[in-house]
Design a binder for this molecule. Sequence first.
Ligand SMILES: Nc1ncnc2c1ncn2[C@@H]1O[C@H](COP(=O)(O)OP(=O)(O)OP(=O)(O)O)[C@@H](O)[C@H]1O
Ligand SMILES: [Mg+2]
Length: 317
Amino acid sequence: MSSDQTETARPSRPRASEEITSGFPEAGPPRFESIDAVRTGLAGVDYLADDGISGVVYLADRLAKPVLVEGPAGTGKTELAKSVARLTGSRLIRLQCYEGLDESKALYEWNYKKQLLRIQADAGQSWEQLEEDIFSEEFLLTRPLLEAIKSKEPVVLLIDEIDRVELETEALLLEILSEYQVSIPELGTVRASQIPLVFLTSNNTRELSEALKRRCLYLHIDYPGLERERAIIETRVPGISQALADQVARIVRSIRSLDLKKAPSVSETLDWARTLVVLGVESIDAEQAKDTLHILLKYRSDIDRASKELAGLDTSG
Ligand SMILES: Nc1ncnc2c1ncn2[C@@H]1O[C@H](COP(=O)(O)OP(=O)(O)OP(=O)(O)O)[C@@H](O)[C@H]1O
Ligand SMILES: [Mg+2]
């Protein structure tokens, strides 16, 4: 298909009941050669993926399936979508989810003010003519999901923190996730002209619906292993020495093994490493580690527990 098809066969505009809307958008050429190409490509935009992550991204493209990314906070879920957009030179369209998010903010909304002005400006017109006019694309305000479907350029669609919306709101997504189209009762069905890469992220604060899960590939991103976290630190913290990056990664790893209210995330590891660089620390001793623990941990009880542990820790690894 050469352009997005808004099925407005004027003057007989299709009604919801008349829509015949199946038909999957044509898949474009594959974005990635191989799983390895995904991993090296992502590394080129400073995102260090393991085999699991690169494999799912590769499959998402080949199978034209959305990816549901779950895992603890700050482990690179959102960053993955951003990095894939950068890597593929796609436009990133982001829908940040929150409680109370509805259709008018996620999909589309009619521009009532403009419709009203149009009605006033043309008082002499027949109602049929007017209706035809005011329910046309010109009067539609597109929100992120419709925007992603309508886009002619390649798109990465990020639906961030999907677990924050109510279960019922999830239903808004199902049509897009399985068929890459949006049905607008007054207008018809808008189909994608290209299949966007879609990432949904969740912190797992509630169970997502089976219907949503079924439509997606599943990716769990956990805390990275020692090697990968060290490499992430070296990539993301300018001016850090290999030795310090190694030490930071080891200490964070040992802190994560404690029974904490909230384990340090990768983003907190990076904040801590940046702090140490700013302070001119070349090698961390237990005292310095204790003094800067508030960057890594956000609960008093966690800081106390980690301080005790660090006192006995050989920070040289
Ligand atoms: N694999 C990685 N390679 C490079 N940087 C990473 C990686 N994983 C995480 N990061 C860094 O960690 C930061 C936090 O990641 P991100 O915001 O994507 O986490 P998140 O999983 O979306 O967290 P939240 O659940 O709190 O939204 C990123 O800005 C990035 O700097
Ligand atoms: Mg996030």
